[in-house]
Design a protein around this ligand. Structure first.
Ligand SMILES: Cc1cc2nc3c(=O)[nH]c(=O)nc-3n(C[C@H](O)[C@H](O)[C@H](O)COP(=O)(O)OP(=O)(O)OC[C@H]3O[C@@H](n4cnc5c(N)ncnc54)[C@H](O)[C@@H]3O)c2cc1C
Ligand code: FES
Length: 334
């Protein structure tokens, strides 16, 4: 069963199945709706319910304040329709070059451990995998009532391959299930989503900055860049922050890239004191701060990781080094 949703800000209507979220149905219809995480955390997809009824899949989602709740505001990524509705999005979205998201069934083909808690999962779908480098998909796992976002570490392909580098979270509901999956397991995959994709039209000097599980989309950006050809100024900076020496990985994947590998400058840093670590200790934004001024004045910056890391890096770039917003690309992880 599908309901009709009218969005007042754009003056547009779209159909939304009873088991779909308003945000995702609107994006499937090609509407430029505001969003970022798709996971109830950022609050970018807030809307006001003007008429109709919705089912709130996660009433306690942190992206909504008590004040919002009192004003009939909801999160479009957590709202399922229970009738035809009229809504008004609070934020303004941008048009995207990305393919429209679809829900498809996927089979786990292989897994590979990268560190003590990071694993690459390789899924395959029956149709081509269409997405832009750096985007993410939502996985629906058997036995878990809610979706989780994971970013692709590979690039679009006709053979239907979707690769994700995923960090196991202690007692995490989704990652506990994921790390128990064996090849042959089936999941539902919904995507692609995300605004922090590689901008091909402006492929200047690119700097990638990842913290923890943010490695996956940054590897995806690097692979996408590699497909485009050598960077104009001959270098490629990749920053990766972990807690200890055991967390640092990804350099070999990057060095293997046929075009970019030889030009890579890999900058790892760990935040905890670790006797086994001979490199820099501190937070990843402290290392980024050491880049030459000319890099800040012309590079495109892509970053991914937990909100405190993203906020520290964005603050350094935007306020500390005056990098304009159109050269900073990120989707916060929640
Ligand atoms: C855009 C984006 C991209 C991401 N990409 C990656 C990636 O490439 N690799 C990676 O390892 N991690 C990634 N993450 C993080 C990932 O989605 C999970 O948050 C993480 O794996 C922990 O999930 P968990 O269920 O194991 O942990 P838990 O601690 O059980 O759950 C953590 C998260 O689940 C969500 N959640 C909790 N309860 C509910 C609910 N009732 N309904 C809906 N959501 C709920 C919240 O977002 C919460 O922060 C990404 C997150 C986002 C937003
Ligand atoms: S809370 Fe809905 S997109 Fe982040």
């Amino acid at each position: 069963m599908a309901y009709r949703i009218h969005e007042d800000r754009l003056g547009a209507a779209f159909g939304c199945a009873a088991d779909d979220a308003l945000l995702r149905a609107g994006l499937r219809a090609g509407l430029p709706l505001a969003y970022e995480c798709n996971a109830g955390g950022c609050g970018s997809c807030k809307f006001e319910l003007v008429e109709g009824e919705i089912l709130d899949a996660w009433p306690a989602a942190p992206g909504l304040s008590e004040r919002d709740r009192g004003r009939r505001r909801y999160l479009a990524c957590q709202s399922l329709p229970a009738s035809d509705c009229r809504i008004k999005m609070i934020g303004r979205g941008d048009a995207s070059e990305a393919p429209l998201p679809e829900r498809v069934s996927a089979t786990l083909e292989a897994v590979e451990d990268l560190t003590h808690d990071m694993r690459e999962f390789r899924f395959r779908t029956d149709r081509p995998a269409n997405f832009l480098p750096g985007q993410y998909a939502l996985l629906s796992l058997p036995g878990l009532g809610s979706l989780r976002a994971y970013s692709m570490s590979n690039v679009a392909n006709d053979t239907g391959e979707w690769h994700f580098i995923i960090r196991r979270v202690r007692n995490g509901a989704a990652t506990s299930l994921l790390f128990d999956l064996r090849p042959g397991a089936r999941v539902t995959l919904d995507g692609p989503y995300g605004r922090a994709y590689l901008r091909t039209a402006t492929a200047r000097h690119v700097v990638c900055i990842a913290g923890g599980s943010g490695l996956s989309p940054m590897i995806g950006i690097a692979r996408g860049l590699d497909r485009l050809g050598p960077p104009q100024d001959g270098s490629f900076d990749f920053f990766y922050g972990g807690r200890s020496a055991d967390d640092i990985c990804g350099e070999m994947m990057l060095r293997d890239l046929p075009r970019l590998g030889g030009r890579l400058r890999f900058h790892p840093i760990v935040s905890n004191e670790d006797a086994r670590w001979a490199g820099r200790t501190g937070m990843v934004h402290e290392l980024v701060a050491d880049l030459p001024d000319e890099t800040f004045s012309r590079a495109d910056f892509y970053l991914a990781g937990p909100p405190p890391m993203a906020e520290a890096v964005v603050s350094l770039l935007a306020r500390g080094r005056s990098v304009p917003a159109e050269r900073i690309h990120y989707d916060r992880f929640f």
